[in-house]
Design a protein around this ligand. Structure first.
Ligand code: NAP
Length: 328
């Protein structure tokens, strides 16, 4: 039977990475396209998923047998804090419409994307898949986190009432080509890449907020894309799964910044503004379940992945999401 894989959010950081992997891995290989597969990468222009009618039309048009649901209202700390209700409502609407359309259109399998932001603020580390609902999320992203948590609740309910094969992935911090580099709203890596690029271009100092000491787990979007393909083919369990490098591969913000400085080729003044607050020191997540299930996976070394991302940003500066090309 022909397989049609619909990727919602197909134009974003993760969607573009999936498209890259599907187009570049050998056909028929573990992460490559299978001969009977058609992949559709949908943008919001093809259908606003907050609207049930537009969502249904998208499903009627492509008749997907499988859905990788990435579409979401995503933003940095500032936007999450300022627009809590919008983050809650838009994401609830998007997710509810996609899940329900997947049920009514008899989609064989649906994988949705959560985030480590869904975990409780006060929790014992490392994070693992059993701790999602064991306390309130951090207050700064409570709208986004609650909406994402509901996907896990709904997945269980759809399975129990209707036997649906719905599941979810929990990636840690993602970076790669096609990231959001808008300085007003970017995550840490794209924000630092953009700042460093401007410092080099303008001959100004490169000042990084905080001490550089906090540690984070970052996953390269191309590695994450391969893991989504693996889930599509081999992971049939309603319970979520963390998609991440190991806890032993945490990197400090200083290490991230050093790698960016090297990749950008910046040789001007670079320092940390220690008067600015650091976020949480660490929030490690365990990838034990992933490694147990997948049986071996080669993550791209961090510096190499960062170099690819920085090169992409420099080559695509005019069209990248820098905030310079925002519609008025
Ligand atoms: N970035 C991270 O570090 C991170 C970490 C953990 C989890 N995640 C999760 O990973 C998934 C992908 O994130 P990303 O970083 O790739 O996001 P992104 O680059 O901001 O892309 C978001 C995608 O969602 C689409 N979208 C947004 N609102 C929509 C709507 N109302 N209707 C239809 N499509 C809509 C966008 O379409 P258009 O561009 O066409 O408007 C875009 O393709 C999300 O579910 C996010 O929560 C991200």
């Amino acid at each position: 039977m022909a397989t049609v894989v619909l990727v919602t959010g197909g134009t974003g950081l993760v969607g573009k990475a999936l498209e890259h992997i599907i187009e570049t891995e050998p056909v028929g290989s573990r992460f490559g396209k299978l001969p009977n597969e058609t992949w559709i990468f949908a943008s919001s222009a093809e259908g606003d998923l907050r609207d049930p009618e537009q969502t249904n039309k998208l499903y009627e048009k492509y008749k997907p047998t499988h859905v990788i649901h990435l579409a979401a209202l995503v933003g940095g700390l500032f936007k999450n804090m300022k627009y809590k209700l919008t983050f809650l409502r838009d994401n609830i609407l998007i997710n509810d419409n996609v899940l329900h359309a997947s049920y009514t259109h008899k989609t064989t399998k649906l994988i949705s994307c959560l985030s480590t932001c869904v975990f409780p603020d006060k929790v014992e580390y490392p994070l693992d898949e059993n701790k999602i609902h064991s306390g309130p999320p951090h207050e700064s992203n409570f709208g986004y986190a609650h909406a994402k948590r509901m996907v896990d609740v709904q997945n269980h309910a759809y399975k129990e009432e209707f036997g649906c094969n719905f599941t979810s992935a929990i990636p840690t911090n993602i970076f790669g080509p096609y990231d959001n580099y808008d300085l007003e709203d970017a995550h840490v890596i794209p924000a630092l890449v953009h700042k460093c690029y401007l410092a080099k271009k303008n001959g100004t100092p490169f000042i990084v907020s905080g001490t550089g000491k906090p540690l984070r787990q970052f996953i390269f979007s191309h590695d994450l894309a391969k893991l989504f393909v693996w889930m599509l083919r081999e992971y049939d369990d309603v319970e979520p799964i963390i998609l991440s490098v190991g806890e032993d591969e945490e990197v400090s913000i200083k290490e991230v910044t050093d790698a960016i400085v090297k990749a950008v080729g910046f040789d001007g003044h670079y320092s940390f503004d220690t008067s600015k607050a650091d976020g949480q020191f660490r929030k490690p997540a365990s990838n034990k379940k992933l490694l147990d299930r997948i049986g071996g996976f080669q993550f791209t070394p961090f510096e190499q992945a960062l170099d690819i991302s920085v090169k992409w940003f420099i080559e695509n500066y005019d069209t990248a999401r820098t905030g310079n090309n925002k519609k008025a």
